[in-house]
Ligand binder design. Structure first.
Ligand SMILES: Cc1ncc(COP(=O)(O)O)c(C=O)c1O
Length: 355
């Protein structure tokens, strides 16, 4: 490793977050969402570390589940996007995966291979309008699925605005969900991180928790200090220079010094996953202080105004996100969300695991 830029993942923090969230979700079973490489934290490492502490795992696509099985993960795994072909359904059966079923063709494929499937999750579209059977089509879908002989069926839905319990859309979705569950005798799953945080109304026997597991904070809610960030994106100062008042820094000359200033250049850029969209003033942790980004982020470097910081020398440690600033604070300055930042750190950045 020649440059200092690295992504540190603390697996023990994820375990601690699991324990904290267990208390939050009460009697619900815990499904840890490890899709998108466990939100950038490394799906195999995370799944191996927590699989005995949770009741099941969830991924988006079958390839992600296969990678976990090949690494020896034996926990139940739900594939949230379900099969895109009959062959994929067979592969899922072969790997003992749980498919999410959300359209009629998938039910027909299940009819052909039901004996190979141990369980299935049936998705109802309560109003997000992304995946799932409409409430009107659900009874027929359910009959078709039951007719295949699969008995372990979990009903699921997903809230579009779970972080806003009073929002009209949340209320509407909860109403539709409630109606579907009136006579539903088996398990049901509605809650994600935000719904678990807000103690959302609506029956849920399984919570599907992703972002909060990694210590992400839910936008719009007051931060939950008991959850800690498991990811730290760090680097150190590559070089320092003084610029005079009126001189500009970086591409396009966007940042112009309003006073004589000291600029630290960090060896990390958008090719590493730090957003090009970051605006001047985006907080960067540096030598245990906070300094503002000064100038357009380049492919491999970025510049920070450290004029007001003490003890900044070559090699001084810098934190792009982690404890200070958090990934959510960084995202606020980059026209994005912490979810995107976590999942976009590129393979050029070495991963360092701590347990
Ligand atoms: C269907 C479904 N359930 C659960 C989750 C987990 O959501 P969160 O990371 O907000 O907990 C997601 C995430 O996108 C999802 O698509």
């Amino acid at each position: 490793m020649t440059r200092a830029t690295a992504l540190h993942i603390d697996l023990s923090v994820i375990s601690a977050n699991v324990s904290t969230l267990r208390q939050r979700i009460g009697a619900q079973k815990f499904m840890a969402v490890v899709k998108a490489d466990a939100y950038g934290h490394g799906a195999v490492r995370v799944a191996q570390h927590i699989e005995t502490d949770v009741d099941a795992l969830a991924v988006a696509i079958t390839e992600e589940a296969i990678a976990l099985r090949e690494a020896g993960v034996v926990a139940p795994i739900l594939v949230l996007e379900g099969p895109q072909s009959e062959d994929e359904l067979l592969l899922m059966a072969d790997m003992a995966l749980w498919p999410t079923l959300h359209h009629a063709e998938q039910l027909a494929w299940c009819g052909q291979h039901a004996s190979l499937l141990s369980a299935a999750w049936l998705k109802v579209d309560t109003g997000m309008h992304r995946l799932g059977f409409s409430a009107d089509a659900l009874p027929q879908a359910l009959s078709a699925l039951q007719a295949t002989g699969i008995t372990d069926i979990t009903l699921m839905s997903h809230l579009a605005t779970a972080e806003y319990p009073e929002a009209e859309l949340t209320r509407l979705q909860q109403g539709v969900w409630h109606e579907q569950l009136t006579d539903w005798p088996a398990a049901a799953s509605l809650h994600n991180s935000a719904a678990a945080r807000t103690q959302s109304e609506g029956r849920s026997d399984w919570a599907r928790i992703g972002y909060a597991l990694y210590g992400g904070q839910i936008k719009g809610l007051t931060p939950d200090e008991t959850l800690r960030p498991a990811m730290r994106f760090t680097t150190s100062v590559l070089t320092l220079r003084d610029v005079k008042s009126g001189e500009s820094v970086g591409y396009g000359g966007r940042w112009i010094a309003q006073r004589d200033s000291r600029i630290a250049t960090l060896p990390v850029g958008y090719a590493d996953g730090y957003p090009w969209a970051a605006v001047d003033g985006t907080p960067i942790g540096i030598a245990h202080q906070t300094a503002p980004l000064a100038g357009q982020v380049s492919m491999d470097m970025m510049t920070v105004d450290v004029t007001d910081c003490a003890h900044i020398e070559l090699g001084a440690p810098a934190e792009l996100w982690g404890a200070h600033p958090t990934v959510d604070q960084a995202a606020q300055h980059c026209n994005t969300i912490g979810y995107e930042l976590m999942t976009r750190v590129t393979s050029r950045v070495p991963r360092c695991y701590h347990a």
